[in-house]
Ligand binder design. Structure first.
Ligand SMILES: Nc1ncnc2c1ncn2[C@@H]1O[C@H](COP(=O)(O)OP(=O)(O)OP(=O)(O)O)[C@@H](O)[C@H]1O
Length: 580
């Protein structure tokens, strides 16, 4: 196209005629003339900022340049030998980093494809970087798409890089001094800059939010861990405090994501994130969006976790298992110390106390992804057990659910099988396995193989973090913002909970369905389904129950099924006095 024709086409477009140019280009031409007062008939050479100005621009983008560098290196290697130049411009349009073939340095400098060139639209006219800054979208400005005749030999493909709060931070531009005529020749360049910009945003988010939970998202399980599409960072309450640009499209909704709570967007709360950590197969980490779609999620725990209420820092998902319950905290610190040791673990506790959850959290403390092989021992047929193959070189965890339910024949097979596996055994038992060894119903040799160390989960009725657990389960439920009246809370506190956390979760789920509005009252609570038989020795649990009830005698009396004066009498007999 001759220069005269280019100027004439711009004129036509300004007069509202369609010439076949992309909308993004004709809009930019209009801005050039109508807003910036540029004249297509008067080409101007590249604008290069002074050395002092360049230094200042680079200083302001220093952190981003450092983070982007390895990604840009990789991108430049991908296009090596094809005469592309790679530019990183800051949000003002100034080139702050540059990768190009130094043999053509003079040509590149003259064309403005060099450090310090200013590609803002009001100076350079329609160009890749400038149009990308104005529209916030990835663009190709190919040859005569450029407004300024000086730039019409170039082909520039640019993608925006947003910071963790969604503000434009930089533009990544892949340009050619000379390119084939069809614009479609640049579609691969477009895919490359888009993918690189997304990876730089991801690296930036990870670097900025080391102390927070990050949830990475992907539409396919295969790419979840290697190249996720989007990510968000979350504060301890589950509010979004950072994001990559693609997160808005991935999570949908027209409202800005910053500040929204995770459970408003997904059927998932911040406390469920440990379930999405490495260690579970990616295809099992499906997360459902409130709008009905599904994605795969990969949660990354804070590297230095924020410490709620001064509780000790625990690795992986262990911190999310308990609030301020001293016995639980002691048990969890022990679990943390044993987590990566390879010692076999036996986790005891009544049904529904969270034994499997603890086992998974311990597994997730492993530094590298590893298999988690789960086997239900209840009703396990010895022949089927003998056919199991855990020897195929796999490392990771062999989770044996309810080992106390293995029949004697299956116990013998299990012992043989365990002799051949490299997997680390974590077993759970509802019954007292030591007692079963003593009374001859469980093999001592198998017991010693699986009980390298023992951990015990207390029943819910003895937990001092009961309110914390209730709030946690309420937050994780389907209804947002639910709360309990004081009467409902005190009713729950007074129950036995023979089904422990499983029963509490089900009770809260039912209550949230029965509640009108956002408040669960006592009348919304389903009745307790099962009462515990009275303790063999009623004094045995008194201190623990008083602890769990915060030494409120009415609460302890309700739990024990006696009246307050009985509690008081027993306390006096045992010499128990409230702490402090
Ligand atoms: N810390 C926790 N916070 C919230 N929910 C929990 C917690 N621990 C367990 N749960 C929930 O309680 C239920 C029972 O947990 P889990 O299966 O780990 O218990 P278990 O002790 O292994 O049970 P069982 O002995 O009956 O197999 C599950 O629905 C689990 O999600």
């Amino acid at each position: 196209m001759r220069d005269r024709d280019h100027v004439a086409e711009i004129d036509l477009v300004l007069r509202g005629q369609a010439t076949g140019r992309d909308g993004i280009v004709s809009d930019s031409w209009r801005r050039c003339v109508e807003h910036y007062g540029l004249d297509p008939a008067r080409p101007s050479p590249a604008h290069i900022v002074t050395d002092a100005e360049l230094r200042s621009h680079r200083e302001q983008s220093e952190r981003l340049i450092a983070i982007a560098r390895s990604g840009l290196d990789a991108l430049f290697r991908q296009v090596a030998g094809q005469n592309y130049v790679l530019l990183l411009a800051d949000a003002k349009g100034v080139t702050v980093d540059f990768f190009g073939d130094t043999r053509f340095e003079d040509d590149l400098r003259r064309a403005g494809l060099y450090l310090g060139s200013d590609w803002s639209e009001h100076l350079a006219g329609t160009c890749g970087v400038g149009a990308c800054i104005v529209t916030g979208e990835a663009v190709t400005i190919h040859q005569t798409d450029h407004f300024d005749l000086h730039h019409t030999p170039l082909s520039c493909t640019a993608a925006p890089i947003f910071d963790t709060s969604g503000q434009l931070a930089a533009v990544l531009d892949l340009s050619l001094l000379r390119s084939p005529q069809p614009k479609a020749s640049q579609s691969l360049a477009m895919n490359l800059v888009r993918a690189s910009a997304r990876r730089v945003e991801m690296a930036n988010l990870m670097a900025m939010t080391r102390r927070d939970w990050v949830l990475r998202l992907s539409a396919s399980p295969e790419f979840l861990e290697v190249d996720p599409e989007a990510a968000i960072a979350l504060d301890p309450e589950g509010r979004i405090i950072g994001l990559t640009h693609a997160a808005q499209a991935a999570l949908g909704g027209s409202r800005p994501l910053l500040g929204q709570r995770l459970d408003q967007l997904l059927e998932l709360g911040v406390d469920d994130l440990p379930d999405l950590m490495r260690g579970r197969p990616t295809e099992d980490r499906l997360v459902r969006l409130r709008d009905g779609r599904s994605l795969f999620g990969h949660a990354i725990a804070p590297q230095t976790a924020r410490l709620p209420r001064g509780l000790p820092l625990l690795p992986g998902g262990l911190s999310s298992l308990a609030g301020a319950d001293p016995a639980m905290q002691r048990m969890l610190s022990r679990a943390a110390r044993l987590a990566c040791s390879g010692v076999s673990l036996l986790i005891g506790g009544e049904t529904g106390t969270g034994k499997e959850r603890l086992a998974r959290a311990i597994h997730m403390c492993l530094p590298r992804p590893a298999a988690f092989v789960a086997l239900d021992c209840a009703g396990q047929d010895p022949a089927a057990l003998a056919a199991q193959d855990w020897t195929a070189g796999a490392t990771g965890t062999l989770f044996l659910r309810r080992v106390d339910d293995l029949c004697p024949e299956a116990q013998a097979v299990m012992l043989r099988q365990l002799a051949t596996t490299r997997l680390r055994v974590i077993a759970t038992s509802r019954g007292d396995l030591g007692q079963m060894v003593r009374d001859g119903s469980f093999r001592a040799d198998l017991f010693f193989r699986i009980a390298g160390a023992a951990l015990h989960l207390p029943p819910l009725r003895l937990r001092q973090d009961f309110d914390w657990l209730v709030d946690r389960l309420l937050r994780g439920g389907a209804t947002d913002g639910l709360r309990l009246t004081a009467a409902a809370r005190s009713d729950l506190r007074g129950r036995d909970w023979p089904g422990n956390l499983r029963e509490l979760a089900a009770t809260l789920d039912t209550a949230s369905l029965l509640a009108e509005g956002q408040v669960i009252d006592q009348t919304d609570l389903p009745p307790a389904l099962l009462a515990l038989p009275p303790a063999a020795d009623p004094d045995e649990d008194l201190r623990a129950i008083l602890d769990a009830c915060g030494w409120n005698m009415a609460c302890a009396a309700r739990r024990l099924g006696v009246n307050r004066s009985t509690v008081l009498r027993r306390m006096q007999r045992l010499g128990l006095t409230p702490p402090g």
